[in-house]
Design a protein around this ligand. Structure first.
Ligand code: HH2
Length: 277
């Protein structure tokens, strides 16, 4: 039994930065989700609106048409994974929770829609509160912080208190520094390096570095698909620093890497006479 969970990404969008358009067809998205689950995803995160820098907002009716059939299809297809809805709209969250989702992944940390906190509380759902500076249209314009880790930490503390005051049980909250959401390459690296300071808040930390552009900047890999090794490296480091939920597009390599990391870091080495190498 591993002590980490992998959240596989299912983007039902035409414009996501790394896989836009690939799973816009509902059946393709469902098949992809089931494949991610078979590879080891314990959570499937279904999203119908891209949050890439500069992305245009999607009307609620369209977001619903994208995500609800996929959630229904995953369940009809026998999925046993926890289903997460990646949305900032309370109306989408309600329908997704009714369709079988039990986790709301809101990249605005319950700020965009005043009804969102109540929806999560009423459903007794889990939620992921993520840090973002500004909104996707503006977030990469010269982001600046006094101290990125302390700023993100106090933001997450404030959002956690808000969620609790709205009736969301603290045990149902996960926290995410929002890698790439209003951050320079250096900010992302500093957050990864000092992730233990966010883990100290006492809730599971979710980390989402998968294929992101800072990895392209560091490695020179232009194509997001070519950033898998870089993604693996950041997830291994984040595990070592205390993160336990990993939001990724490439489940199989991350699962293998984290399985070995967890075995190495967490388990006492008892069989010293083993000759297996
Ligand atoms: N990153 C993205 C979207 N949702 N949610 C959480 N909790 N943490 C993240 O880091 C995160 C997220 C961006 O990645 P992706 O979904 O692949 O791209 P897009 O937003 O363009 O669909």
């Amino acid at each position: 039994m591993s002590d980490f969970r992998i959240m596989g990404v299912i983007n039902v969008t035409p414009d996501s930065f790394s896989d836009g358009g690939r799973y816009l067809d509902g059946a393709a998205a469902v098949a992809h989700g089931l494949e991610l689950e078979a590879e080891g995803a314990a959570i499937l995160d279904v999203g119908g609106e891209s949050t890439r820098p500069g992305a245009a907002p999607v009307p609620e009716s369209q977001e619903l048409r994208r995500v609800i059939p996929v959630i229904e299809g995953l369940i009809a297809g026998g999925s046993r994974a926890q289903i997460s809805i990646d949305t900032s709209k309370a109306g989408v969250a309600v329908r997704a929770l009714n369709a079988g989702a039990s986790l709301v992944n809101d990249v605005t940390a319950l700020r965009a829609d005043p009804k969102m906190a109540g929806v999560v509380a009423d459903a007794g759902a889990e939620c992921c509160l993520m840090h973002m500076l500004g909104d996707p249209r503006t977030m990469q314009r010269n982001p600046s912080y006094a101290d990125v880790v302390l700023d993100v930490r106090s933001f997450l503390e404030e959002r956690m208190a808000f969620a609790a005051s709205a009736g969301i049980a603290v045990e149902r909250i996960m926290l995410d520094p929002g890698i790439g959401f209003g951050k320079t390459v250096e900010h992302n690296l500093e957050l990864l390096r000092r992730l233990d300071e966010l883990v100290a808040l006492g809730r599971p930390v979710v980390i989402g570095t998968s294929r992101k552009s800072f990895l392209g900047r560091l490695t020179g890999r232009e194509a997001p698909d070519d950033r898998v090794a870089a993604t693996v490296a950041t997830n291994v480091l984040a595990y070592e620093r205390g993160a336990r939920v990993f939001r990724v597009h490439d489940v199989a390599p991350v699962r293998d890497a984290l399985t070995v990391t967890a075995a190495t870091v967490s388990a006492p080495w008892t069989n010293r006479t083993s000759t297996t190498r």
